[in-house]
Design a protein around this ligand. Structure first.
Ligand code: GSH
Length: 196
């Protein structure tokens, strides 16, 4: 199978961590593509033109990181339990990622096109999501699940693309979760490039 990724994409990173955690590096080959260059191989596999995209052995392609992560887990015999708390965390973590990516897209626009309204709206959403996640994580028993992984990827993405956010301030539970994941080989191995 081929996993089409970009090394700076947090959605790709989540799937790359899953491949490593599920012990499937021998079965899933990573292929790099740059979505904003309209890479022809990516467009052939995914009409949406986005990464990640998993080309399965039967030729069909899966899009959407959450779907791909579920498929990878299933291939490994579903070793991580999934319940509605975990799915809820995953959805919140994904939403935090979406807001941070949308903020980033706005920030890299030419000065005259950048919208303070949208940047402010994304930033307020990010803060509310962080506060909610800090509360939820307080009751978390097991960080080895897709929900907490999605959150850790989102927090690492904040460090990468929104370092001035100071998300750690007053949020010790999120900080501990991020550190727990940051120490794992799967996370170290998928660190975005410093100049990305
Ligand atoms: N909801 C999608 C989001 C994927 C996504 O937006 N990926 C970005 C890279 S971080 C991308 O490929 N963007 C290209 C574009 O939007 O044209 C997922 O979870 O996989």
């Amino acid at each position: 199978m081929k996993l089409i990724i970009s090394t700076t994409s947090p959605y790709s990173r989540k799937c790359r961590v899953m491949v490593r955690e599920m012990g499937l590096t021998g079965r899933i080959e990573e292929v790099e593509a740059h979505p904003f260059d309209d890479d022809p191989d990516l467009l052939r596999a995914n009409p949406l033109g986005r990464v990640p995209c998993l080309q399965m052995d039967d030729g069909q392609a899966l899009t959407e990181s959450a779907l791909i992560a579920d498929y990878i887990a299933e291939q490994a015999g579903d070793p991580w339990p999934r319940d509605w708390t975990d799915r809820r965390l995953e959805a919140l973590g994904n939403g935090l990622l979406d807001l941070t990516v949308m903020r980033r897209v706005e920030m890299v626009r030419d000065e005259g096109q950048r919208s303070d309204f949208w940047i402010g709206r994304r930033e307020r959403g990010i803060l509310r999501a962080l506060d909610e996640l800090e509360t939820v994580v307080a009751d978390l028993e097991n960080p080895m699940a897709q929900g907490p992984l999605t959150m850790a990827v989102a927090l690492a993405y904040l460090d990468f693309r929104y370092p001035e956010s100071d998300w750690r301030g007053g949020r010790p539970n999120l900080q501990a979760l991020k550190e727990a994941w940051a120490g794992r080989d799967s996370f170290k191995d998928t660190q975005p490039p410093a100049d990305g």
